[in-house]
Design a protein around this ligand. Structure first.
Ligand code: AMP
Length: 306
């Protein structure tokens, strides 16, 4: 602990790993076992995980029933949060929690200490918290901006999964990255670019490093449409969304990183038949890829890092 009560720089990954070990022992973590498949489509080696156990929604319903039985707020699992899942205070406004129903190890939630609506614009404080975590852990940060973008909880939370997204032999650390690489190599830092292989509206920004965000947004401002934000140490990608599900298969920000989740073999067959790229395309907004102003931002990446 530092004087401000925050974690020691350099210790977040170890803190998270220790918390995972404890939360496994005490039962707070209810990891979901999966069977991993790879599907090559459009230059992306998609990871498709079949949830091997109970459907997540059923598990959440069970957890909700448990917390009701303990007299906890049934509407918000983050306020109060389960202290057994707490990892660290990140900033004065955000703390880090383990995702209770994780599929990948050390799936972290970056949660606002006071209630904020997930439907509001991201703020500099949100991005500062993400910068703190990305500086500690080389991962994929993401935000599901709205229920149509895959958010299931109304209390504002960003998320991070460490890289690689899958173990050895399952392609690149981040499935979508090979498609982005040539665009990033030619891109100006902080200038929106588009990726020829992504047939839906999006904006990609190459980032030179992590710096404080400088956006000034009204506390009650909302994005023009649901969207997913993906953030790494090297780039950010914004994808406006049209729908949460395609053919019964839910898509969140991880889908646009090349990682999908299905509940059973029938859904797996749907993904294979439809093609994962078409699936995420149908959940996005049709039209020629265009480097429009990202939701809540300006052309110079004011909501992110340049
Ligand atoms: P999203 O579904 O993108 O809104 O992310 C919210 C995440 O919170 C889900 O992935 C859930 O697994 C996770 N979650 C649900 N209940 C809890 C809880 N009580 N503690 C920690 N994480 C939770």
């Amino acid at each position: 602990m530092t004087a401000a009560g925050l974690f020691e720089p350099g210790s977040l990954a170890a803190l998270a790993a220790e918390r995972v070990r404890e939360a496994r022992r005490n039962g707070a973590l209810q990891s979901i076992a999966t069977e991993l498949h790879c599907i090559d489509d459009g230059g992306i080696r998609f990871l498709v995980r079949v949830l091997a156990s109970l459907k997540q929604k059923q598990r959440e319903a069970q957890a909700q029933a448990d917390s009701n039985a303990r007299g906890q707020d049934r509407a918000n699992p983050f306020l109060p949060h389960d202290p057994r899942l707490f990892v660290a205070d990140l900033t004065p406004t955000h703390f880090c929690l383990l995702n209770k129903f994780n599929v990948v190890d050390s799936h972290l939630l970056l949660v606002t200490r006071a209630f904020e609506d997930q439907g509001r614009l991201l703020t500099p404080a949100d991005l500062d918290a993400m910068a703190v975590v990305l500086a500690e852990i080389d991962g994929l940060g993401f935000f599901n901006g709205g229920t149509a973008a895959g958010a299931s909880q109304p209390h504002k939370h960003l998320q991070l999964v460490p890289l690689p997204l899958a173990g050895e032999g399952h392609g690149p650390a981040l499935p979508i990255e090979p498609l982005l690489a040539p665009v990033l190599a030619a891109a100006d830092l902080g200038e929106p670019a588009t990726v020829p292989g992504l047939p839906f509206r999006h904006a990609l920004l190459a980032l030179g490093g992590l710096a404080a965000a400088d956006a000034a947004v009204r506390a009650d401002a909302r994005p023009a449409m649901p969207y997913n934000l993906l953030l790494t140490r090297r780039w950010m990608l914004i994808v406006p969304r049209s729908r949460e599900q395609v053919g019964g298969i839910g898509v969140n920000a991880l889908g646009y990183a090349g990682s999908l989740f299905v509940h059973d073999e029938a859904q797996m067959a749907t993904v294979a038949r439809t093609g994962p790229l078409r699936l995420i395309t149908e959940a996005a907004v049709a039209g020629a890829p265009t480097a429009t102003v990202p939701p809540g931002g300006s052309r110079r990446g004011r909501i992110g890092w340049t």
